[in-house]
Design a protein around this ligand. Structure first.
Ligand code: DC
Length: 219
């Protein structure tokens, strides 16, 4: 069984997808982390974030691995732990550019399908239901208002000691939404057969329970 969870930045996909995967004993694949790892790779090599040929050449030999961890999942690039590096503002603010490169997407989609072939998966991203796993048995499209998503990110940041103003966070989220949904290839889009869940007024547990109920119906 394949479960595809798509939605805009900070809609809570990863948090929810991880819990759903754990409850079902499925593998969790965070595809956003793969595009972020590609962005870290470009940064490390000093490549321009629009240098498709350069990034693609480096990516062909790059090993991106996920390893389960008590705190969730660790991400490794060529054996180096980049779990924290992929969440820095420099990467967050440039990942949309790297993920819009056609060659990078082709390479990532192939890797994502390989991961899905290994068993039962919960995969989250922007184009999982539309492009990566078009025959997934369950497709969820998670949305929440930009204001609510900024508030959630603000609370997460404050807990980590990061003090970005709420208005800046909301502006960054809206800009990323706009870039992710207007790019030429595989833009963020709800699949025709996806079930939309608006999480603005829901707790994490309520979203998880809603998805588990949908999964049960499809089993
Ligand atoms: O989910 P996230 O914020 O970690 O994703 C980082 C970026 O990667 C996001 O701005 C858009 C891109 N992305 C994508 O284009 N396709 C995916 N399947 C997942 C993420």
């Amino acid at each position: 069984m394949q479960i595809a969870i798509d939605g805009p930045a900070s809609s809570g996909k990863s948090t929810v997808a991880k819990i759903v995967a754990t409850k079902l004993g499925f593998v969790y694949v965070d595809t956003g982390a793969m595009y972020r790892a590609s962005t870290v790779l470009a940064q490390k090599l000093g490549l321009d974030f629009g240098d498709e040929a350069g990034i693609l050449a480096a990516l062909k030999h790059a090993d991106i691995q996920f390893k389960p961890d008590q705190a969730g999942q660790k991400v490794f690039l060529n054996g180096e732990d980049i779990t924290l590096a992929i969440r820095t503002p420099a990467i967050t603010n440039n990942v949309s550019q790297v993920s819009a490169l056609a060659g990078v997407r082709t390479e990532m989609v192939a890797r994502q399908r390989q991961l899905a072939d290994q068993g039962q998966v919960v995969m989250d991203g922007r184009d999982i239901g539309t492009t990566v796993l078009p025959t997934a048995e369950v497709k969820i499209f998670m949305v929440a208002s930009a204001q609510e998503r900024a508030k959630r990110r603000y609370a997460e940041n404050t807990a980590k000691g990061i003090m970005t103003p709420l208005a800046t966070l909301q502006a960054e989220i809206e800009l990323r939404d706009q870039k992710d949904s207007t790019r030429a290839i595989s833009p963020l889009k709800k699949a025709a057969d996806a079930i939309e869940i608006d999480t603005t007024q829901l707790t994490i547990d309520e979203v998880v329970d809603t998805i588990l109920a949908i999964v049960k119906k499809n089993m």
